[in-house]
Design a protein around this ligand. Structure first.
Ligand SMILES: [Zn+2]
Length: 494
């Protein structure tokens, strides 16, 4: 049997370690995710993989005996935690502060996914055929109406003192994925919730915590006399310790949170557009139908993993692979809010169980959907000649603009305006004719557009024909300056 190349292994804590993050000389440390026997990292120039330790497979059979087996395992990891939980009818469970300062425990299950309904389905009629025969431990039970696709999710308050949680749903075949008994585990001493103050999700697996995230710990003992970093609340008869994950709260994570670590977070997924999107990835982002969504995915320092966008539920052939942009560098994924209802995607680091949920939901109050040409207008350069405004966008239809000769170069810096999320870096390259001393081009390293704009007018007076603006990871736009403009003042360089 040949040597199977396994893309990830488990460390002694049971965490998946992609081969790229494995320590090269650590032998007899990692184990096979399938047969649990020792695998060692092989990190060559060309190929990197884990392989079973020699001789290990003489006594046991490992299921990973072909490329297809490995591919199947890699694909299983692609299914998001959210989808896995929902397929087992598990209620996602959260705590959060409510107006007035008290805390509540609440559950979330998906509403009806509009995408799974055939076109022309009478949704109201469908809802009429749905029932919630019983609930246990739920304070204000949802109604079938709560499952309408125009609702981003079904959300309900849970009684922290309940001895069982259950929501039964029954409906016609079209919504069979929701059918059955939805449950979640009872609160327990040591339960951990991670997110922000309005919405922190309970984690049962060894999720990593990012510095700055808000952590809630459920306890039934008297809270120790902690420093001012920890605030103490009540949740029914339980005590809730709340604190931000920071270096000084690391010891609390160790004391209470088995498997929770603030280092080695994996990656960050931030929603840059719509600009007012809530930073909690877990919370549905409600925005105008078809509005541009821009997601920035940043790996841990020094790592350049492959990220994938996986739909929820995962569909065959639907996975999008993001281009690698170098160790620690941000990559961008652009999509749109659906025309109606919800779209849920998961940002996934390949060969790991790391997933981040992004839930987009069309605002049904906003009946006017955004016309095509404006969809991408939220990022780019806005050029105004005093009468008309033109957007050139690296992600839109128009990415090049010719500026006529009658425009005075001096006025250019004030005529060009940056549109887009704050902090996005722009690299500018100015091209010159061969005769120019700066030919063929000058390049300004990435920075804010404001810092390079004053140069643009100057370059044009020196004969610059074209300025290219590269938006970090997104693409470029070009401004072209016509001949007259160049010759008007460019003579000095001859
Ligand atoms: Zn094995």
């Amino acid at each position: 049997m040949g040597e199977m190349s396994i893309p990830f292994a488990l460390d002694p804590h049971g965490r998946e370690v992609p081969i790229k993050e494995a320590i090269r000389f650590k032998t007899n440390y990692y184990t096979c995710p399938e047969c649990e026997k020792i695998v060692n990292p092989r990190k060559g120039e060309k190929r990197q993989y884990f392989a079973h330790k020699q001789g290990e497979l003489e006594e046991v059979e490992c299921e990973l005996s072909s490329d297809q087996d490995v591919e199947r395992m890699v694909d299983e990891l692609r299914t998001s935690d959210v989808e896995q939980e929902e397929s087992q009818n598990l209620i996602r469970t959260y705590v959060g502060e409510q107006p007035g300062g008290s805390h509540r425990l609440f559950g979330v299950i998906p509403s009806i996914d509009r995408d799974q309904l055939p076109p022309g389905t009478d949704v109201d009629d469908l809802i009429d055929q749905c029932e919630i025969p019983s609930t246990v431990g739920i304070k204000h039970p949802p109604t079938p109406r709560s499952f309408h696709p125009s609702e981003p999710e079904v959300i309900f308050e849970l009684d922290p003192q309940a001895d069982r949680y259950q929501l039964s749903f029954s409906g016609p075949g079209l919504v069979s994925n929701l059918d059955g008994e939805w449950t979640t585990g009872l609160l327990q001493d040591g339960d951990l919730f991670v997110g922000d103050q309005t919405r922190a999700r309970r984690f049962t697996s060894n999720r990593q915590v990012k510095n700055g995230e808000w952590v809630y710990i459920v306890t039934d003992s008297n809270p120790p006399d902690h420093n001012q970093v920890v605030s103490v609340h009540s949740l029914g008869e339980w005590t809730l310790l709340a604190f931000p994950a920071r270096p000084e709260t690391e010891n609390l994570l160790e004391d209470y949170g088995t498997g929770l670590r603030a280092d080695d977070y994996g990656f960050e997924a931030d929603v840059l557009l719509p600009a007012d999107a809530h930073p909690t990835a877990d919370k549905p982002i409600i925005a105008s139908p078809r509005a541009t969504v821009l997601i920035a995915v940043t790996p841990a320092e020094e790592l350049d993993p492959v990220f994938e966008i996986v739909s929820i539920p995962k569909r065959e052939g639907d996975t999008v692979e993001l281009d690698q942009t170098g160790p620690g560098n941000t990559r961008f994924y652009k999509t749109t809010v659906p025309q109606q209802g919800s779209k849920r995607i998961s940002v996934h680091q390949r060969n790991s169980s790391r997933h981040r949920l992004i839930h987009l939901h069309a605002d049904d109050q906003d009946t006017e959907s955004i016309p095509d040409q404006l969809v991408d207008a939220e990022i780019g350069l806005l050029y105004s000649d005093g009468e008309t405004e033109t957007i050139v966008s690296p992600i839109g239809d128009q990415n090049c603009l010719k500026i006529e000769s009658e425009v005075s170069p001096v006025s250019l810096p004030s005529a060009i305006e940056y549109h887009g999320p704050a902090g996005l870096e722009v690299e500018v390259t100015a091209y010159f004719p061969d005769s120019h001393s700066e030919a063929p081009f000058i390049r300004r390293s990435p920075g804010s557009l404001e810092s390079v704009l004053p140069n643009v007018g100057h370059w044009v007076t020196q004969g610059c024909k074209e300025a290219e603006f590269t938006f970090d990871g997104l693409g470029s736009v070009a401004l072209q300056f016509t001949q007259n403009m160049e010759s008007a003042t460019g003579g000095g360089d001859q």
